[in-house]
Write a protein that binds this ligand. Structure first.
Ligand code: TRP
Ligand code: SF4
Length: 327
């Protein structure tokens, strides 16, 4: 029997390279080893964007289109939309009953969100419980996520343990976070890559747009003329990208030619853009296919969500039996 993994992502629109390298690539590589449940967390998107829902449905479709382009395969992984699996909401109610208020209030990720959005809703406060429901509805063993999500999964483990203690069962597994070892990619300006910072490269960007963006990346600020000797360690973005996307030979060449002053930054970044475009060529080609066949994507979501409901219902039936709810 394969172990189960479950993971999700808020549908914030088209994905950028940070999502791809930080999370999606990891998901793609886990598809064969595990029984996988991957979902667009549209309820979680509502915790901050409850009043900005004009693009929510399209963003949900876009994010799953990007996943398919990136190599997630509906024949090997169950891909679905969170809100199409109401069993998760039912589990959320039940887990909410056993979760102490101060556990959710202590969640450090939630504290950050509170700082950004002065007023938080009851639903936002319940963020970690809903996330636990996402995971526990499939009784997942593991949760592949970016490092920013680990605190939430700590709470999930606590909730699973508490459920087992209260109801004298060992039904729920305490899920483990699975981090990947890839270096975090920064945005074109050296800050965290993010859609709202206007410093990202999208999976769906064309080669031309990618090249233009890469040309805008900051380099060693001490270099003014083409033949000034440079220092790759001071090149906060372009050289970092080389280290992520280049082969060892390409990285070494960039480094030594930069130091010798024999490579201009514009040339260096042009080459870098070509390397990035080459890496994403197959992803972008698949993306064009799924963009032109959106009905196929919708069918994948419909089928995946039905599979997810069936699996989550098995969990819920068992949980209700364990708690002793009238059935
Ligand atoms: N909180 C995650 C994010 O912001 C999305 C998410 C929701 C999630 N539920 C989850 C991730 C369950 C892993 C498991 O991207
Ligand atoms: Fe950075 Fe390349 Fe310019 Fe050196 S030559 S500073 S590595 S962009």
């Amino acid at each position: 029997m394969k172990k189960t993994i479950a993971s999700g992502m808020r549908p914030t629109g088209k994905l950028h390279l940070g999502h791809y390298l930080g999370v999606i690539q990891n998901w793609v590589s886990l598809q064969d080893q595990y029984d996988c449940y991957f979902f667009a967390a549209d309820w979680h998107a509502l915790t901050t964007k409850f009043d900005k829902t004009e693009t929510l449905a399209q963003d949900t479709l876009d994010v799953i289109t990007d996943w398919l382009a990136s190599g997630l395969d509906p024949a090997r992984a169950t891909l679905y939309v969170q809100s199409l699996v109401p069993q998760i909401a039912e589990l959320n109610i039940l887990l909410g009953m056993i979760t102490p208020q101060n556990w959710v209030e202590r969640d450090p990720t939630l504290k950050d969100l509170v700082k950004m959005h002065a007023d938080i809703s009851y639903g936002m406060l319940g963020y970690p419980v809903l996330m636990s429901s996402d995971i526990m509805a499939f009784n997942a063993h593991a949760v592949p996520v970016g490092s920013d999500q680990v605190a939430h999964i700590e709470i999930t483990r606590d909730i699973a343990r508490r459920f087992n203690n209260i109801y004298k069962t060992n039904f729920f597994i305490e899920p483990e976070p699975v981090l990947n070892d890839c270096a975090l990619i920064c945005g074109l300006d050296g800050q965290k890559m993010g859609k709202s910072f206007d410093n990202d490269i999208k999976i769906s960007d064309t080669d031309e747009v990618t090249a233009k963006k890469v040309m805008s990346a900051i380099t060693d600020p001490a270099r003014v003329r083409r033949d000034d000797t440079g220092n790759p360690d001071q090149c906060q973005v372009a050289f970092k990208y080389w280290q992520i996307f280049g082969t060892p030979v390409q990285i070494e060449a960039a480094q030594s030619e930069c130091r010798a002053g024999s490579r201009g930054c514009a040339d260096c970044k042009r080459q870098l853009a070509a390397v990035i475009n080459e890496k994403f060529a197959p992803v972008r080609e698949r993306r064009r296919y799924f963009e032109q066949n959106q009905d196929e994507v919708k069918q994948i979501i419909t089928d995946g969500s039905a599979k997810a409901r069936a699996k989550a219902q098995e969990t819920l039936t068992e949980v209700k039996k364990i708690i002793g709810i009238y059935r």
